[in-house]
Design a protein around this ligand. Sequence first.
Ligand code: HEM
Length: 485
Amino acid sequence: MAALGAGFALSAPYWLPKAVVALRVRAFAQVNGPGGVVVPGGQVGPDRFEELYAHPAANGRSRGAGLSDLFWYWLSPGPEVHQEHLEAGPLYDAVARTTSAILAGSSADLAATATRCAAAVLDGLPSGGTSGGMTSGGMTLVRLRDLMMQVWAEFFHELVFHDPCPPGVRGLITDNAADVVDSLKNTRLRHMDRRRRLTRYLLGRLAAGEVPHELPAGLATARDRAHYLQGTFFSTAVVQMSEAMAHLLLVLATEQDVQRRLAAHPDDDHDLGNVMNETLRMYPLFGIAHRITTADIDLGGGVAYPTGTVLCFDYPAYHASGWSDPQVFDPGRWDRVPARSAHHIPFGIAANRPCPAWRLAPLVMRAVTREVLRRFALHSSVSHTRSLPHRAPCLLVARGRPAPRGRRWAALAFLRLRDRWEDVGRSLVQFGLGLWMVRDARRQRLTERWFARQDAPAAPDARAAQDTPDGGEGHEVPGCPHSGR
Ligand code: HEM
């Protein structure tokens, strides 16, 4: 009996996390009520996925979906002025134009800024070193997501303010971004105080006239303008770029042949492009992107959806369709199939609110990858999943100072063991915190209340005086039924 108990406990890392994830998906689906229509699936297979996504009536973002309450909750404060959440109209157009203008720049300048920001952060590592990590025998243990967050905090500060990130401000930005993404992945609750500290900094810079961009006139108050900058550049941009880079570097840390090739031929844009395409194919940053139909859709062939249907576009399923061996990491597949005809939409689709950073992101990711590979060899033995809740633990070994093989082997064995056991504890935490936050978001009904106020026949002044829905009472997910990111 004791042997059975011990076997049960010791095997937990192999079955408990999966069991908890399955339970979590079921529990979330129940809490959320009837989910939306998941595509590809049912009436629409991968062959018609993009046709439906591109339909002009598949364009509602927030109004009328319980799921929106969750996304507004995670991206507070100021979700109502975040480009991702705005409904089509003049304010959305003005905000989208402003975002594109801030992200614009010559390729050479953007790449140079990204290289400089990466160098500044990597210089700060002991022995070419650590981001809250441990250094031993020329090796540094880091969590790649946390390390990259520092780089992108610097980078987006420069893009928004045209000046370097002052000491102390990097931490404000990374605290905010980490809080957003950790709550979204259910590994921690929200801490609105951390997010508000950044809002105060942004308000100060706006008041001092230190934002060198014209912001949309439709953002009526200074707080709206601060929330727009915070949500788009210091939450979404920093989070997405850090996650994308963490996936890419973790791939290189585990695919040693690929890493050796890229390090030996740093100017081979083609090879790096294939590796990036393959990384984003296997690990798309969005799990689900949802839309609410704003009119009836009839695609023909018996495929029809009434107004108000919540369509859930499942990126991993679409990216896995149409390939042989989709689960195999194979950058070479991109030489065999032109990207145009592949089921591959890492930045969304051009006809329906694509990512405004579709040009910038790959450009600056290449620059930062080269700077990292120039300095370090990367090694890791941890699991790699799309949601990356472990923040990508990795060993950085300074180039030219190879660590003794035995020491590296021991460090990788430690990483593997720690990863398995962390997974057990973390899956239980995610289950509990996830349920709590889904319930809290449903209780706060940020989206529903916001639109009810917009629709109420109140005097415009009275409406403007109402609180913005920052959902700041306390301290993430699945909608359809997985988490959006
Ligand atoms: C590798 C990095 C990135 C990836 C893979 C990515 C991916 C995506 C995807 C798939 C969408 C569309 C989802 C949908 O159809 O609803 C999206 C939307 C968006 N992304 Fe990105 N993103 C990245 C980086 C960034 C950055 C750096 C920014 C900086 C501002 C950004 C801002 C946005 C915004 C504002 C939207 C909403 C667009 C709209 O609704 O008009 N993203 N992103």
